[in-house]
Structure formats: structure tokens, C-alpha cells
Design a binder for this molecule. Structure first.
Ligand code: PEP
Length: 250
């Protein structure tokens, strides 16, 4: 049984006022299924307030990134143990914006994943191909390569703690969503790759879809057999949209 997970990545957006709006909206929402996990991932400065804003609701807190060392002379960086102190339960690793804008390669993604696991935080490993890679027929090569680059560096017990988010780069923030069939096809390929490690890894790991998911397409995407939730960017900035997607998952 894979528990659906809906995570909202605010990226470099939001404010204390938005956090309060979300806290109030979730506090008013009584009908949400307790059989799903909900995560809000605000920018670092809001983590301290997020714990309080979502107290008594189903919402857990996530972080957008972390550094590959636990402490030291790394100006501007934040470590897993610091995130842990602020009640963070999930952290994104390998988001395409980190890979492209901040040059995080597979080795950096693996190092960050290890740090998260050591601190007891669930890494959400983001993978996905660009449009050029898709058009060149390299989806499996790229996506399964990004998956293997991290999973091969972990023990089986560590692998069991991961969540994977498939996010086709061409669908992120573009309004262009993968069709449910396109998304399902890649999710099934990831799950087949997981089966080469172990049956239980393939059966139990949650695979999220990310890329312009919104209330109008969430039902169809979440109905796919290998899609266990969503990583939501733009639509996670409006409480009513994000909560509608949570309802679609529950
Ligand atoms: C994301 O950045 O993880 C994402 C899925 O963004 P959007 O929903 O805006 O495409």
C-alpha cells in the first residue's frame, strides 16, 4: 500500500502572509482524507514559522535543498541537521532547477541524499528529461540514469526511505503537462528499474509526477497505476488550488 503524497514546492515565492493564508485554509479544511500525506515546501526563512502555521493540520514541512556537508565554512548553505531542528520531514534533491541553474550533478545529488538520510529526513529525488532529450528518444537513458546514479550509491535500507518525483523538464512551469499516458509510461519504466534492486522497493516506493499539475488535470494523472502523488509548483501557491489537488489524491 503506497500512501499518496502531495507536495507543494513554493520555489522562491511566498511570504509570511501566504503562509498564514495556507495555515488558515488547512485549519478550515476538515474533509481531507487522513490517508494521504501533504507537504508544503517553502523557502528556508519561512520554515521556522511553518511549523506553527500548520500545527494541528495534516501538513508536514519540507525543504527545497540542502548542502552535502553537515557544518563548516560553506557560506550561504544549510545542512540536514539544521533542517531537522526546524521540523523538516522531506527535502527535494536533484530538482531540475538545482541541476541546471546551480550545476548540481549526479554526484552532488547523491551526497545531498546521503546527508538527508543521515538526519532522518526523507529525500524526494527529482528526475526528468529535457525536450531535446525526449525528442532524441533518450527518456529512459536520462531518467533511469539519474535514478541509478543515486540508488546505486545507497544501501537497500537507505533506498527504501526515498521518494522519487518524475518531472519532465519541459513540463515544469510551462503550463504544458505530460499526458497521463506519457507520465504513466515513464513511471512504469522507473518502477521496472526499481524491481532490479528488489521487489519490495518497486512495490513500496512512491513515485510522484511533477510538471504543471493543477486541479483540472490532477484527477487523471493521479488515477494512473504508477503515479502515487504529485510535486506541485505553480499551483501550490494558491490554497484553493493546492487543496483541490489534495482532494484529488484522497
Ligand atoms: C516543480 O518545480 O517541481 C513543478 C512541478 O513546477 P510546476 O508545477 O509549476 O510545473
Amino acid at each position: 500500500m503506497r500512501i499518496p503524497l502531495i507536495a507543494g514546492n513554493w520555489k522562491m515565492n511566498g511570504s509570511l502572509a501566504l503562509l498564514e493564508d495556507f495555515g488558515n485554509a488547512f485549519a478550515r479544511t476538515e474533509s481531507l482524507s487522513k490517508a494521504i500525506e501533504i507537504v508544503i515546501i517553502p523557502p528556508f526563512p519561512y520554515l521556522a514559522n511553518a511549523d506553527e502555521a500548520f500545527e494541528g493540520t495534516l501538513v508536514q514541512i519540507g525543504a527545497q535543498t540542502l548542502y552535502s556537508e553537515n557544518s563548516g565554512a560553506f557560506t550561504g548553505e544549510v545542512s540536514a541537521s539544521m533542517l531537522k531542528e526546524f521540523g523538516v520531514h522531506f527535502v527535494l534533491v536533484g530538482h531540475s532547477e538545482r541541476r541546471t541553474l546551480f550545476s548540481e550533478d549526479d554526484a552532488a545529488v547523491l551526497a545531498r541524499t546521503r546527508q538527508a538520510l543521515e538526519a532522518g529526513i526523507t529525500p524526494v529525488l527529482c528526475v526528468g528529461e529535457t525536450l531535446e532529450e525526449r525528442d532524441a528518444g533518450r527518456i529512459d537513458d536520462i531518467v533511469l540514469g539519474q535514478v541509478a546514479a543515486v540508488l546505486d550509491g545507497l544501501t537497500e535500507a537507505e533506498r527504501q526511505k526515498l521518494v522519487i518525483a518524475y518531472e519532465p523538464v519541459w513540463a515544469i512551469g510551462t503550463g504544458r503537462t505530460a499526458t497521463p499516458e506519457q507520465a504513466q509510461q515513464v513511471h512504469a519504466a522507473i518502477r521496472a528499474r526499481l524491481r532490479t534492486y528488489s521487489e519490495s522497493l518497486a512495490d513500496d516506493m512512491r513515485l510522484l509526477y511533477g510538471g504543471s499539475m493543477k486541479p483540472s488535470n490532477a484527477d487523471e494523472l493521479l488515477a494512473q497505476p504508477d503515479i502515487d502523488g504529485g510535486l506541485i509548483g505553480g499551483a501550490s501557491l494558491k490554497p484553493e488550488d493546492f487543496i483541490a489537488i489534495c482532494h484529488a489524491a484522497g
